[in-house]
Design a protein around this ligand. Structure first.
Ligand code: SF4
Length: 440
C-alpha cells in the first residue's frame, strides 16, 4: 500500500506552560479531545501517518518530517501558534490553522497559515486533506454550522502518549450552547447546541471502560431532555464523572436526581457575579443571587461538589466585589471557587463594545488568558482589578477559608481537600504562572 501524507497536529502551549511548567506539573492534566477528534476525521483512504503534539506535555520538534502541519489555537495560544507556523513554513511545510481564534479572526490567521478552517471541522477537514493530496488546497474552508454529529468517529485517543494525563478519559457528548453570555466565545464561534446520539456516547465510554470520566462539553445541559437521556444511560456504567453545567440544574428535581444517580461527582458552574446588574450586563440573567444558595445546597444534598467560577471586572463591579465574593464562597461552602478577570475575547459582543468605547488596552493575545486586565475597567482602576483578583485567589485558598468552605460542604471530602490544596498552591503562585501583578 502506498504511504500517505505525514500529518502532524499541534496544540500550542498556553500561559501555564510558558512560565515554570504549570500548576499541576505537565502530567497532571485531563486528556484533550481536539487533536484526537481531528485525527479521527482524517479519511482512511489517505493512509496518512498521523502524529499529535500537545505542547502542554511535550516540546514541538520543528525538525520533524511532516508533509502538513495542523495547528489548533485559542486566543491565548494564537501568538505561539503563529510562531510554530512560521517555523514550519520557513521549511516549506504547509500549515493549516483552526480552532476558536482562527474561527473568530480568520483574516489574521490566514496571514500565518497556508489554509484556515473556521468553525467545526467535520466536513471541511477531510475535504481539505483530499484537496491537499490532490495539490489543490484552498486558502480557507468554512464549516456549515448545520452539522449532524451522528456519524462522528471515535476520537483517536490511542495517538496520545499514555500515562501523561491524570484524567485520561475525556469525552464530548454535545457542542455549543443556547445561551448568549456577552463575554463568551462559545455562541460566536460554535453556535447553537448539537448532540451526538446517546447510544454512540455510551458505546465510546464502554470502549474506554473508565472508572472516572470528564465531559468536556461546554454546557452539558444545553438540551435538558437530552441530558436526562444521557444520565439515565450512564447509570448502569457505574462510573464517576464531572462536567460543565449551569445553575439551571437546580431547577429540575429529576435532572439533579439523574445526575447524582449516574455518578456525577462534581460540576463546574459559571456563577459569574453576585451583582444582578453585572449578570444583566453580561446577559446571564438566568443566574440569580437569590438562587445561588439553593443551587449549592441542592448539589451538595445530591453528593455533587461544585466548582464555582466568578468573573471580576464588570462595569458594575467596584473594589468591594473581591471581599464580598470571597466571603460568599466561604459562607455557602463552594467546594472549589475559581476567579477570572473579565476578558474581551475577540469576536464576542463584549470585545466589540469595549473596542467601540476605546477601552481595549492591548491586543497582545498572550495576555488574553483570563488572569490579565486587558481593557479599561469602569468601576475601578486596572491596577485595582488586577491586584484584587490576585488577592481574592489568595484569600480564598487560605487554610482557614478552605476549612470553612469544606466544613459547610462536607461533599466528597478527600477529593475536595486534595483539589483545594492544589488550588492553594496555584493561588499562592498566580503571579509566577501568569506574570500578572501589573495590568498590561
Ligand atoms: S452558559 Fe456558559 S457556555 Fe453558554 S454562553 Fe454562557 S458562558 Fe458560554
Amino acid at each position: 500500500m502506498m504511504t500517505g501524507p505525514r500529518i502532524t497536529l499541534i496544540s500550542p502551549r498556553g500561559p501555564l506552560y510558558r512560565h515554570n511548567g504549570g500548576i499541576w506539573k505537565k502530567s497532571l492534566r485531563y486528556a484533550p479531545l481536539t487533536l484526537t477528534t481531528l485525527a479521527a476525521l482524517i479519511p482512511d483512504e489517505l493512509n496518512a501517518e498521523v502524529t499529535l503534539v500537545d505542547e502542554g506535555i511535550e516540546e514541538v520538534d520543528t525538525d520533524l518530517n511532516a508533509d502538513l502541519v495542523g495547528i489548533s489555537a485559542i486566543t491565548g495560544t494564537a501568538p505561539r501558534a503563529y510562531e510554530i507556523a512560521e517555523e514550519f513554513r520557513s521549511q516549506d511545510v504547509p500549515v493549516v490553522m483552526g480552532g476558536v481564534h482562527p474561527t473568530l479572526r480568520p483574516e489574521e490567521a490566514m496571514a500565518h497559515a497556508d489554509s484556515v478552517v473556521t468553525g467545526y471541522a467535520e466536513e471541511t477537514w477531510p475535504q481539505l486533506l483530499h484537496d491537499f493530496t490532490n495539490g489543490g488546497m484552498q486558502r480557507r474552508y468554512d464549516q456549515d454550522p448545520d452539522l449532524d454529529l451522528s456519524g462522528s468517529p471515535r476520537p483517536r485517543r490511542d495517538l496520545l502518549p499514555e500515562g501523561r494525563f491524570t484524567t485520561p478519559h475525556t469525552i464530548e457528548a454535545t457542542r455549543g450552547c443556547q445561551h448568549r453570555c456577552d463575554f463568551c466565545v462559545v455562541p460566536s464561534a460554535w453556535g447553537s447546541p448539537m448532540q451526538k446520539p446517546v447510544a454512540a456516547v455510551i458505546d465510546d465510554i464502554r470502549q474506554m471502560d473508565p472508572d472516572t470520566l470528564v465531559f468536556l462539553d461546554l454546557n452539558l445541559l444545553g438540551d435538558i431532555e437530552y441530558a436526562k437521556e444521557l444520565f439515565r444511560a450512564l447509570i448502569p456504567l457505574d462510573l464517576q464523572w464531572g462536567g460543565l453545567a449551569t445553575t439551571l440544574i437546580a431547577q429540575d428535581d429529576e435532572l439533579i436526581d439523574l445526575a447524582a444517580r449516574s455518578g456525577c461527582a462534581g460540576l463546574l458552574i459559571g456563577l459569574e457575579s453576585l451583582n444582578p446588574d453585572s449578570l444583566a450586563e453580561t446577559r446571564k440573567q438566568f443566574n440569580t443571587l437569590e438562587e445561588y444558595r439553593t443551587v449549592v445546597d441542592r448539589l451538595h444534598d445530591a453528593g455533587i461538589a461544585i466548582m464555582g467560577c466568578f468573573v471580576f471586572g464588570f462595569d458594575n463591579d467596584t473594589p468591594a466585589v473581591f471581599e464580598e465574593t470571597v466571603e460568599f464562597v466561604n459562607e455557602v461552602g463552594i467546594d472549589l471557587p475559581r476567579y477570572a478577570v473579565l476578558t474581551p475575547f475577540p469576536g464576542t459582543p463584549l470585545f466589540r463594545r469595549l473596542k467601540k468605547q476605546g477601552r481595549i488596552r492591548t491586543e497582545d493575545w498572550t495576555k488574553y488568558d483570563g488572569q490579565h486586565v486587558v481593557y479599561e475597567p469602569e468601576g475601578m482602576s486596572a491596577e485595582a482589578l488586577q491586584e484584587g483578583t490576585r488577592q481574592a485567589w489568595e484569600d480564598t485558598y487560605k487554610i482557614t477559608s478552605i476549612a470553612r468552605r469544606l466544613f459547610r460542604s462536607r461533599t466528597r471530602p478527600m477529593l475536595s481537600i486534595a483539589s483545594n490544596l492544589g488550588y492553594r498552591f496555584y493561588a499562592n503562585r498566580l503571579d509566577r504562572y501568569y506574570n500578572c501583578r501589573e495590568p498590561v
